[in-house]
Design a protein around this ligand. Sequence first.
Ligand SMILES: *Cc1c(COP(=O)(O)O)cnc(C)c1O
Length: 401
Amino acid sequence: MTEEKRTTGSIIAETELYGAHNYHPKRVVISSAEGAVVTDPEGRRYYDMLSAYSALNFGHRHPEIVAAAKEQLDRVTLTSRAFHNELLGKFCKKLCELTGKECVLPMNTGAEAVETALKAARRWGVMEKGIADGEQEIICCDGNFHGRTVTVISMSTDETARKAFGPFTPGFRVVEYGKAAAIADAVTANTAAVILEPVQGEAGIIVPPEGYLKEVREICTRNNVLMIADEVQTGFARTGDMFACMHEGVTPDIYVLGKALGGGIMPVSAVVADRDVLGLFEPGSHGSTFGGNPLACAVALKAMEILVRDDYPATARRKGEKFVAALREIRNPEIVDIRGRGLLVGVEFSVPAAPYVERLIENGILAKETHERTVRFAPPVNISDAELDDALQRIKRALTR
Ligand SMILES: *Cc1c(COP(=O)(O)O)cnc(C)c1O
């Protein structure tokens, strides 16, 4: 029997035929990858400038993280939380050290971690603040992206994400992002928490005005309201600090973490807070079959070790400055804004960005538009300087008019 030749075209056709169309991927198949470079079935090579929405901060198949995973594959991969495993405690301890918090609740995906944080905040509202159960309110921001579950999209202001998915979970108040006064105005006696992204990724790399996070922190403290930072995309060095809240010296009450925590290998997420919040979960009140599994812990532990040892935050800051400086040299009147923090960079056009994304792909650069007119650039933090220089030359060529 002859094996049919697998091409980009045939692979995409098969995927579209049998898979749900809840995504509209660019017509590139990634067959293999190493570091910042991916290869398609025809042998074309591209720089990965999306990094799976920051899940690949360590690049593809970081050798030390792969080695940690392989070692753990040969020991034990899954225990469920019905029993203990050797690595969960170590994982939680390390994450507490990184965040300065007391306690970790492990989950798998970002959306699950957001759900967990919302549950924690609602419990805290009742058990600590004295709000009547069912009356708790959580303030969120317009343009937010916190994931795809029904409760999480109940916070969304993106009609595509909500259409025909109702009824929605009540208890949310949406306010304008970047305006601390809007939060202060929305606080009531029933407010348990404010949830926000320190930089809005999916909304188009929206960097809030300087001082915003600090003001939100003060409003939360003054009103006895929990500040929840969804750092699923911004956390772990992406924005040039270990966590994006640190840019303003702010410590949220609850960190929601995911994406890069899985080292580019598997989904690992977590909610991190102090005992007065996470201590409100008693046995049976919440959980996850795969959350905190030893394979996930092994991978995340190695990822966190590398982050600190190789000073990823400083690296992201330095390369981010270089990135933005290079983008600013591009002559193109259709570019209306270049913004970002660290290695999370957005280029906004006055026209739809999709044709520019096609030109980037033709020049060996994988990126994707977000919200039609903005292209997000988020290369692996450990991309080499030579690769970054080459990628920037290609980006300049693709985006010049
Ligand atoms: C990606 C993302 C999520 C959801 O993570 P999943 O792992 O896709 O569920 C939540 N919040 C933010 C800020 C994100 O970028």
